[in-house]
Design a protein around this ligand. Structure first.
Ligand code: UD1
Length: 343
């Protein structure tokens, strides 16, 4: 079975993807600089799968050592590139760190793919490239216009997509799949791996579960005066394990020569938009926890509503995100309980 290089493989989406790849029989080598993850994640993966993935503590910016890694693993057939900085607010404060890290990492990998004859790469992009689509483009499909990014983080996703397009068009040997994620949530059903945010979480679900566990006093709902049915923002929340499975499909499609274009793009979402208040209500129902929250003002830079048209991924990749949101929210809560030692 082919070997897959997973950059950022100890991170949130990376670790769930490594599990899916190994369950399908792939050999995996993870590289991660552990800047936003931790080495114990490998124990979680090993417990779930029964095998430990190869791991190197390596930064994708470190070209010489990255080069050596490809020499040491000549059987790498595809790369799934997760490793990146992803905090929107931090990117506004430290734009150059984001440009150097996120763009430099991809450029190094693409250069080394040519050197070492690796032909396939999957890139983690984001629905953030669509900004706020107008009503005619909701649900949003892959042909919707790209809008000017609202943060350096978002801009790195757009620039990286262009770098991939330019590289593939200049080099017929490299195939790429760009996956535009909507909002990944939840944790593996074993509660052995999950999301491990550093410090105070920015994203909704980790804040919800940390409030439920008593670590945070209350959740702030950013705005109830949007032009949506209940006034709160709408997103397409996708189960991280469903999302992970899409990466395996993308790799299989490229390795088996089924990709029809050199760069293929897929939106990965459920096709269903849920409001912040709907998420809270469902979380309270499935967890049985009394969650304290208050409505506060809007958060700067938030999009009012966006959800995916996943038809292309459903039909072309043969993949569907179909785990019920109740189950997904419960998985997030079970993970949080395990982290905090709550019965
Ligand atoms: C954010 C980024 C997006 C990035 C993604 C990756 C912005 C505008 N977008 O998505 O580019 O790809 O994270 O992590 O920052 N909410 C609350 N209270 C909270 C936290 C969130 O009400 O404490 C609301 C937000 O207003 C939003 C929804 O929950 O409506 C989801 O927020 P979040 O999880 O941060 O994701 P996005 O903003 O969609």
């Amino acid at each position: 079975m082919a070997r897959i290089l997973v950059t950022g493989g100890t991170g949130y989406i990376g670790s769930h993807t490594v599990v899916c790849l190994m369950e399908q029989g792939y050999d995996v080598v993870i590289i991660d600089n552990l800047s936003n993850s931790n080495i114990e994640v490998l124990d979680g993966i090993e417990k779930i799968v029964g095998r430990r993935p190869d791991f190197e503590n390596l930064d994708c910016l470190d070209y010489p050592n990255l080069d050596r890694l490809f020499t040491r693993y000549p059987d790498i057939e595809a790369i799934i590139h997760f490793a990146a900085s992803k905090a929107v607010g931090e990117s506004v404060e430290k734009p150059l760190m984001y440009y150097r890290n996120n763009i430099g990492s991809l450029v190094n990998l693409l250069e080394l793919m040519s050197v070492h004859n690796v032909k396939h790469i999957v890139f983690s992009s984001s629905c953030t490239v669509y900004g706020q689509p107008d009503a005619a483009h909701l649900p949003v499909n892959e042909t919707a216009p790209i809008q000017k990014a609202l943060s350096p983080y978002g801009n790195t996703k757009q620039i990286n997509e262009e770098i991939i397009q330019d590289t593939c068009h200049s080099n017929a040997n490299i195939h790429a799949t760009i996956l535009r994620y909507f909002n990944p949530i939840g944790a593996h059903s074993s509660a052995l791996i999950g999301e491990l945010p550093n410090g105070v979480p920015n994203n909704l679900l980790p804040f919800v579960t940390q409030t439920a566990s008593g670590l945070r006093e209350k959740l702030r709902v950013f705005g109830d005066d949007y032009n949506t049915p209940d006034g709160s923002c709408i997103r397409d929340y996708i189960y991280v394990v469903d999302l992970a499975k899409a990466h395996v499909k993308a790799v299989e499609r490229m390795l088996s020569g089924k990709a029809e274009e050199q760069v293929e793009i897929f939106n990965l979402g459920t096709g269903r938009g849920l409001s912040v208040l709907e998420i809270l209500r469902t979380f309270i129902k499935v967890s049985g926890v009394h969650l304290k929250y208050e409505i506060v003002g809007r958060r700067e830079g938030d999009i009012e509503q966006v959800w995916a048209d996943p038809k292309r991924a459903n039909e072309v990749l043969g993949w569907k995100a179909d785990t019920p949101v109740e189950e997904v929210l419960l998985s997030a809560w079970n993970w949080e309980k395990r982290l905090r030692g709550i019965e």
